[in-house]
Design a protein around this ligand. Structure first.
Ligand SMILES: Nc1ncnc2c1ncn2[C@@H]1O[C@H](COP(=O)(O)OP(=O)(O)OP(=O)(O)O)[C@@H](O)[C@H]1O
Ligand SMILES: [Mg+2]
Length: 378
């Protein structure tokens, strides 16, 4: 994989993305995948939906991202009582007097470059319909049959649950407008939990800002990144394999995935899309949130073998080993230590990137702690 010859020369804006990624990642605990997701979405000009239980850091991530980007922002928490006026702007009384029906959109979604819509699936059907048009066509009905373009680059949606299978047509359509969708899980590791508890400030400190024009420049560059032959073949094989498993994301979703993967490759600082960048496609290539995301992840890991997914799997294994270990039982502790040692060896065999190194260090530390704890216990 070739890195940009000189990212700071040929893509100065890439540097800003890299810095933001690093700074977000060092403040937010276990949110690397979500950070990649929102930055990729920004680069790909696609919308993101984060679904997770209350308090797992969705708003903290989104608010941090919105504080990084310049431009006009719109944030709202939807309930079934939220009115269309609160999202689209009130109807102009002055215009009404002149027998016209127009909305005053100042400060509302139609004028936003970036939007955060919390509980986005909870809106009334009238709101869902407005959102559908804005998110997909990037235009809205300004009144009196006038269709106006909106500047919206990215809509970040959050929700505490996935839509139910027997959901309304509008809701399914809106759900489909979010090209990138991910479950956000609570912090898993012990170290992560200690950081959550004992660091009293988790708000990322971002040393740069980025303008909508710079985001657009980055988007254009990312969209020109070529695909390696291997990556193209891997994507085609993944789609075939998914179809065999009964997972057939729509044509629009498949088409958009190409741009998303390119954006992720750009974020990773390379000048050609490689199979490993297909990792991000696990958030795109499915329709039903119940079982499909996991199957898609497995198929992508098997065919494209992305390091990131392997690291996540191995770290999950470490957490389940640690959770099940009784350090007072010597045989049990020894068995767990052997398992952690094996994970460490597997991590060592992965080609190095920042995440692999971090994971390896983490496993080594846990192994040391486990041994100490079991010595102390006897
Ligand atoms: N992964 C994390 N890293 C750092 N801080 C976290 C993390 N998860 C939760 N927190 C802490 O918990 C607080 C609450 O998180 P936040 O409000 O972002 O949750 P949320 O997912 O938006 O919840 P809700 O669904 O109720 O809106 C954060 O401000 C932060 O202090
Ligand atoms: Mg929130």
């Amino acid at each position: 994989m070739k890195p940009f010859r000189s990212p700071s020369e040929s893509h100065p804006v890439h540097e800003k993305f890299a810095k933001a990624r690093e700074e977000l990642s060092s403040a937010l605990i276990e949110r690397d995948e979500e950070i990649n997701l929102v930055l990729t979405a920004l680069l790909a000009n696609e919308h993101v939906l984060l679904v997770g239980p209350p308090g797992c850091g969705k708003s903290l991530l989104v608010d941090s991202l919105l504080s990084w980007v310049g431009g006009t922002k719109f944030t709202i928490l939807l309930t079934k009582f939220t009115s269309v006026e609160e999202v689209m702007g009130p109807v102009s009384l002055a215009a009404l007097k002149a027998d016209k029906y127009l909305r005053v959109t100042t400060g509302k979604l139609p004028e936003a470059d970036f939007a955060f819509i919390d509980e986005v699936l909870k809106g009334s059907s009238a709101i869902l319909n407005c959102l559908l048009k804005i998110l997909n066509e990037r235009s809205f009905d300004a009144g009196d049959g006038i269709v106006k373009k909106v500047p919206l680059k990215l809509c970040l949606g959050a929700s505490n649950e996935w839509p139910a299978p027997e959901t309304s047509k509008e809701l399914s359509a809106l759900f489909d407008r979010f090209t990138l969708r991910k479950t956000v899980t609570p912090i898993r590791s012990q170290l992560g939990r200690q950081r959550l508890l004992w660091a009293r400030d988790h708000v990322p400190k971002l040393s740069t800002t980025i303008t909508p024009a710079e985001v657009e420049e980055a988007r254009r560059t990312a969209a020109t990144l070529p695909w390696s032959k291997d990556a193209k073949e891997a994507l085609e094989s993944i789609l075939k394999e998914l179809a065999r498993e009964g997972i057939q994301p729509g044509d629009r979703r498949q088409f958009k995935t190409v741009g998303v993967v390119q954006a992720f490759a750009f974020l990773s600082g390379v000048d050609e899309v490689q199979p490993e960048h297909l990792e991000i496609a696990q958030c795109c290539l499915w329709d039903d949130p119940t079982e499909q995301p996991q199957k898609v992840a497995q198929v992508i890991a098997r065919i494209a073998n992305p390091t990131g997914m392997r690291v996540t799997q191995l770290l999950l294994e470490v957490e389940s080993v640690l959770a099940a270990t009784d350090v007072r039982n010597l045989a049990d502790a020894a068995k767990s230590a052997a398992k952690l040692g094996e994970v460490e060896r597997q991590l060592s065999s992965l080609s190095g990137n920042g995440r692999v190194d971090k994971a390896r260090l983490y496993v080594r530390e846990q192994l040391k702690k486990l041994k100490l704890a079991s010595i102390e216990a006897v």
